[in-house]
Design a protein around this ligand. Structure first.
Ligand SMILES: Nc1ncnc2c1ncn2[C@@H]1O[C@H](COP(=O)(O)OP(=O)(O)OP(=O)(O)O)[C@@H](O)[C@H]1O
Length: 255
């Protein structure tokens, strides 16, 4: 594969961020290994979105640094390698009259008006991305006529058309009904395992998520734990709650 194989996909070094005099992130250090599927969990207000914004360079931390594939954020230019699916509610007006095919094609150009310039190769990419997320049967359906989980799949396909090496997802299961959540994670897992895509997922959903990810980071202003899923599961539930606060409970899958 690529020459970056031993380099972390994302390296976060000593990141601190405060809004005014209010600390939201306190000296955060961790790496997302290339090829990992990492879940970041934390209660409301624990700084998850702020951390994602610092990673993407949308917010500038007061201290610390971020690098992608070994390149410092300040010099990183290959944004096509990094896909981002923000919280659904903020990302798209689903009343907008666009089909699945049209929404996914925006991942190539960002604009609907450029449809007529799509080459055969572009069209192939779009069809492939739609197939990867299992939405081929809905290709001409309007985005507004899909369920929350189906819409999220389409937004992921939109992020996949530019062939990213890393995909960052902020609360992708919000609005996805409980029965579809496992299917949704299953799809992410196969993107990770079969396509070798590195995934970073932010969620409240500790229980179900931990059955699919390879690594976990627990955030509550500070990083309370980071490691592989086996280590995460070995932490006793009580010990974990004490360490991390009462907001988060590790639930077994069948609950
Ligand atoms: N623009 C802002 N100005 C001031 N404070 C902010 C701003 N944005 C967020 N905060 C505060 O920073 C803290 C962390 O917010 P953040 O959105 O990063 O948390 P989160 O873990 O993503 O929360 P949630 O799970 O509820 O989305 C919260 O206390 C929030 O109120």
């Amino acid at each position: 594969m690529s020459k970056h194989d031993n380099t972390a996909a994302v390296k976060i070094e000593n990141i601190s961020f405060h809004y005014g005099d209010r600390y939201v992130l306190d000296r955060i250090n961790f790496e997302i290994p290339n090829g990992a599927f990492m879940g970041i969990v934390g209660p409301n207000g624990s700084g998850k979105s702020t951390l994602i914004k610092c990673i993407l360079g949308l917010l500038k931390p007061q201290s610390g640094k971020v690098s992608f594939f070994g390149i410092p954020l300040s010099r990183f230019k290959n944004w096509g390698e990094v896909g981002y699916v923000s919280q659904k509610a903020n990302s798209f007006n689903t009343a907008f009259p666009a089909t699945v095919y049209e929404v996914v094609s925006m991942g190539l150009f960002g604009k609907v008006g450029l449809f007529r310039f799509l080459t055969k190769k572009h069209k192939q990419k779009i069809l492939e991305a739609i197939e990867t997320v299992g939405m081929t049967n809905f290709i001409h359906r309007n985005i507004g006529e899909l369920s929350g989980g189906q819409q999220q799949r389409v937004f992921i396909a939109r992020a996949l058309v530019s062939d990213p090496r890393l995909l960052i997802l902020d609360e992708p299961t919000v609005g996805v009904d409980a029965a579809s959540v496992s299917n949704f994670y299953e799809m992410l897992k196969s993107l990770n395992e079969e396509k070798g895509l590195t995934l970073l997922l932010v969620t409240h959903d500790v229980g179900v998520m931990s059955d699919y990810v390879t690594h976990v980071a627990c955030l509550n202003k500070q990083l309370h734990f980071h490691g592989n899923t086996k280590e995460f599961k070995e932490i006793s539930k009580e010990g974990f709650s004490q360490m991390y606060g009462h907001h988060v409970h590790v639930l077994e899958h069948h609950h």
